[in-house]
Design a protein around this ligand. Structure first.
Ligand SMILES: [Zn+2]
Length: 367
């Protein structure tokens, strides 16, 4: 036999080898899984975030972590810069006509409620997050234009200004004292002549041609009528508005007097006069919102009228301007008869916190 012919590889063997190869592939795959050798492609696919759904025009914003936490709702009794901002906005929109004073009182509350009504919000008078969101947006509804008041012809010959000079831009009462004279170009607002304006059955006006700002005179009359209702009457007004020229005449007369009676030189007499007469421009009477309240023929400080008015004047927006206690701050000796109208809530706060006007403005004013 010349070499044995190659025997064909049996079919059985081929099948076995194929099986073995398949088993080897399986083993490799198994090892890859078991030892964490996940192919890179798979890992990357898992790490890619699902694309965010598209919201059209809605802007999805992430809250700014540096933004301050929302402030609690402003309410009646709140006070401060946020209240000023609120009042300014309410005024701008025509809901608020009061002073921009940073004091959230009844007037501000009413304005907030009117705004809330107009904006379709719950009218609870609280300036919370929801209300402010609308209020400070461009969509804030503005109040219907109020009809222009018919101007009343004024008999006063005194030129008036367009703004109440006795109220500071921040809404607080204007201070006039020896250190802070009447501002240059100060103009009266709405003076009335008290003899013709006031009910003479309630108050006697001592001198003819006595003028004062209407707003203050109105408050004065409310106060004096209330006193009368409690059996305290016989009121007199000895002084109200004084212009700078009048104060200058007072000063000139005093200087002449001292030169004549004491034989002083003009310079020395001038110096001495300053002790008793306020320099022109430094008297609070220039504002037209102060009254020297007296009782005819009596020294005021011991009267029942003084007792009543010094206790109750704050309820009507007045302050007893010069007291012994605050003398070093006001620069004036105590004057039982001198009352300054400041309005509310100023009078009430000054009364509650025992502050004179200088202290009040220092504490609550915007510099
Ligand atoms: Zn006075």
């Amino acid at each position: 036999m010349a070499g044995s012919p190659k025997r064909p590889v049996p079919v059985k063997t081929v099948a076995v080898m194929a099986l073995l190869a398949a088993a080897a592939v399986l083993l490799v795959l198994l090892a890859v899984r078991t030892f964490g050798l996940v192919p890179q492609v798979v890992r990357e696919r898992n790490a890619t975030p699902t694309p965010a759904p598209f919201y059209g025009n809605v802007m999805v914003t992430t809250p700014d972590p540096s933004a301050p936490t929302p402030a609690p709702a402003l309410r009646n009794g709140s006070r401060g810069e946020e209240v000023i901002r609120l009042q300014q906005r309410l005024q701008e929109l025509g809901y608020y006509q009061g002073s921009i004073d940073g004091q959230f009182g009844g007037g501000t509350e009413e304005a907030v409620m009117r705004f809330q009504q107009a904006a379709g919000l719950a009218a609870d008078g609280l300036a919370g997050e929801a209300t402010c969101a609308v209020l400070y947006s461009d969509a804030a509804p503005s109040a219907l234009p109020t009809p222009t008041p018919v101007p009343t012809p004024s008999p006063t010959p005194v030129p008036g200004g367009s703004a109440k000079g006795y109220i500071r831009p921040d809404g607080l009462p204007l201070v006039v004292n020896r250190k802070q004279p009447l501002p240059e170009g100060y103009r009266q607002y709405d003076l009335v002549e008290m003899n013709s304006y006031c009910d003479s059955a309630v108050v006697k006006i001592k001198y003819a041609d006595t003028w004062a700002e209407r707003e203050a005179v109105d408050a004065l009359m409310v106060m004096l009528r209330a006193a009368e209702a409690e059996g305290i009457g016989n009121w007199q007004i000895s002084a109200a508005y004084r212009d700078v020229a009048y104060q200058q005449r007072l000063m000139d007369n005093k200087v002449k007097d001292l030169m004549k009676s004491n034989g002083l030189s003009a310079a020395k007499a001038k110096q001495a006069a300053k002790n008793t007469v306020a320099d022109p421009g430094t008297s609070e009477h220039h504002l037209g919102v102060c009254f020297d309240i007296t009782v005819p023929g009596k020294s005021f400080s011991g009267t029942k009228q003084y007792k009543w008015i010094s206790a109750h004047c704050w309820e009507y927006g007045f302050i007893l301007r010069y007291t012994k206690e605050k003398r070093s701050i006001t620069g004036f000796s105590a004057e039982a008869w001198h009352y300054r109208w400041v309005g509310q809530p100023h009078a009430e706060i000054m009364h509650r916190e025992n502050l004179c006007l200088e202290e009040y403005v220092e504490k609550y004013g915007t510099p």
